[in-house]
Write a protein that binds this ligand. Structure first.
Ligand SMILES: Cc1cc2nc3c(=O)[nH]c(=O)nc-3n(C[C@H](O)[C@H](O)[C@H](O)COP(=O)(O)OP(=O)(O)OC[C@H]3O[C@@H](n4cnc5c(N)ncnc54)[C@H](O)[C@@H]3O)c2cc1C
Length: 484
């Protein structure tokens, strides 16, 4: 039987979002546009400009256009077509061409500094809706309400709880503990994956372009360097539009180093960031890694040069999660994925589902969350598969050598298919008008976007009919609305 669509009452659930990361902020920005009440609880006591840079283009620009921030984004991000892989000794290993992405979705790929992207999303959420210094400790649900307790003993209640708290999410951990006790958690979700990589991230202050003419070269703003024999590291340098070098150093862990890193992390935090001490000691270990930028005198520089030009409080050691869990929601709690693009795509689909909710009952919410997971599960797996080739290269070893060989010899037609698949998913928010169609390949319109759009149109028609009724009543002095 088809669902009954309730357009008379817009139930407007109250949404509690945990985590003001990229996913949480984008969800807040979208809910803001449709007047759905929400708050964001963030454990940090202030906004810190953390991170390096990321590649973000046509997969997200359609939604930025809907929010009216696409043009601003394009002034703060650097378009790029190629990325380059170099060996530690300077030998060119790989040149990857992403220009087909632009043919597919009408937008170039861009390198954007994470802090700048973060600030852009922050402008879309009123400051009073982000509560800082609120580390979520416990979650509970009763009488069709969700309750959240934070480290300062505050309690927040709402209809929906969104765990957007990044890698090693506390909301996920609490939810899974409950499900495990009730024997309702799939075995594969019992354990966090042992992580096989840690990252050090940061970005320098703006550098003198005369000293670094390479920063003006638009052809190669994205360089990754593979550490040599016995050096289990890869390091990436991005040049940003405002003349900074954003950098990431990956340490590839083996069984022993992974266990040690895991223990160290739990001593300092239950989440994805280590403290400043761990970050500084990783800087010390990696200072002498060569980078492919040259100083004024033509001398080769090292990562240490970049560390010295990066304010210490902007350097952090983080880990990324590599596992895709099977359980994404239960009751009134739902999780939003880690990984910048994945988290933002999840936020868009979730916003569609929340907007289109017919009523605030647990049953309706369960149905919406199930549809959300159904829509996002395969693209999340696909996104992780798409990054597998690059991560295999970055992880080195035998598989890495093989992946490098494949990438060096991949036929053009196959590479184009690969890049097309990378930008295949481009969800949009059905409750906001879509901007001019830029793509050469039609975007796939998702079920949730379609659903939100249908509800938006029904609500709009209903509202204008009601407004029409009022006008007649007003002008004809007592004609009943039923006469229209
Ligand atoms: C510091 C940092 C720097 C990064 N830099 C890069 C980069 O340069 N390039 C790149 O490609 N990827 C980077 N990543 C990874 C990438 O940005 C994330 O994968 C992406 O931001 C995912 O977005 P998210 O919204 O799921 O989580 P995040 O952006 O990680 O946000 C989660 C938020 O939840 C908050 N939080 C966590 N636990 C709680 C709790 N219990 N209660 C309340 N709030 C909580 C955190 O403080 C954080 O603000 C970085 C991640 C981090 C954490």
């Amino acid at each position: 039987m088809p669902d009954t669509i309730n357009v008379d009452t817009n139930p407007k659930p109250t949404v509690i979002i945990v985590g003001a990361g990229l996913g949480g902020l984008l969800l807040g920005a979208l809910l803001e546009r449709v007047d759905i009440p929400y708050i964001i609880l963030e454990r940090a006591s202030s906004f810190k400009p953390l991170g390096s840079a990321m590649s973000l283009g046509g997969q997200i620009l359609p939604v930025f256009a809907q929010l009216g921030i696409a043009e601003k984004y394009q002034t703060m991000a650097k378009p790029y077509t190629f990325s380059r892989g170099i060996s530690e000794t300077g030998e060119s290993l790989l040149k990857l061409d992403y220009s087909v992405a632009q043919d597919v979705c009408g937008y170039s790929n861009y390198i954007v500094a994470r802090p700048q992207l973060y600030d852009l999303l922050l402008t879309q959420v009123p400051a009073h809706k982000i509560l800082l210094g609120k580390r979520v400790l416990t979650i509970g649900e009763d009488d069709e309400r969700i309750k959240v307790q934070t480290s300062d003993n505050s309690v927040y209640e709402g209809d929906i709880l969104v765990g957007a708290d990044g890698a090693y999410s506390a909301v996920r951990q609490r939810l899974y503990e409950t499900l495990k006790q009730e024997d309702r958690l799939p075995k594969s979700d019992y354990e966090d994956l042992p992580f096989n990589c840690t990252c050090l991230v940061g970005q320098t202050e703006p550098l003198d372009l005369e000293e670094f003419p390479q920063l003006k070269d638009t052809g190669y703003p994205f360089i990754f360097t593979l550490g040599g024999e016995g050096r289990p590291y890869t390091w990436t340098n991005f040049s940003t539009i405002d003349g900074r070098i954003a950098w990431v150093v990956f340490e590839h862990l083996n069984k022993t180093t992974s266990r040690a890193a895991q223990e160290q992390r739990f001593r300092h935090s239950e989440n994805s960031e280590w403290g400043p001490y761990a970050a500084m000691s990783m800087c010390d270990e990696t200072r002498d890694f060569p980078i492919h930028y040259f100083g004024k005198d033509g001398a080769n520089l090292t990562m240490g040069y970049l560390y010295d030009r990066t304010p210490q409080n902007r350097i952090s050691k983080v880990m990324l999660e590599e596992k895709i869990f099977k359980t994404w929601h239960h009751g009134r709690t739902v999780l939003l994925g880690d990984g910048a693009v994945t988290a933002m795509h999840d936020a868009i689909v979730l916003a569609n589902q929340i907007y289109a909710l017919p009523v605030n009952t647990s049953k309706a919410i369960h149905k919406a969350f199930t549809e959300y997971q159904t829509e996002r599960y395969l693209p999340a797996i696909e996104a992780s598969r798409n990054s597998v080739l690059l991560s295999m290269i970055l992880n080195k070893g035998f598989k890495g050598m093989l992946a490098l060989f494949v990438s060096q010899h991949i036929p053009d037609w196959l590479w184009r298919i690969f890049v097309r698949r990378m930008v295949h998913t481009r969800p949009a928010f059905g409750a906001l008008p879509k901007q001019e169609f830029k793509e050469t390949v039609s975007p796939f319109v998702s079920a949730s976007e379609e659903k939100a759009k249908r509800i938006f149109e029904l609500r709009r028609d209903k509202a204008s009919a009601a407004a029409g009724a009022e006008v007649v009543v007003d002008t004809s002095g007592g004609v009943s609305a039923s006469a229209i």
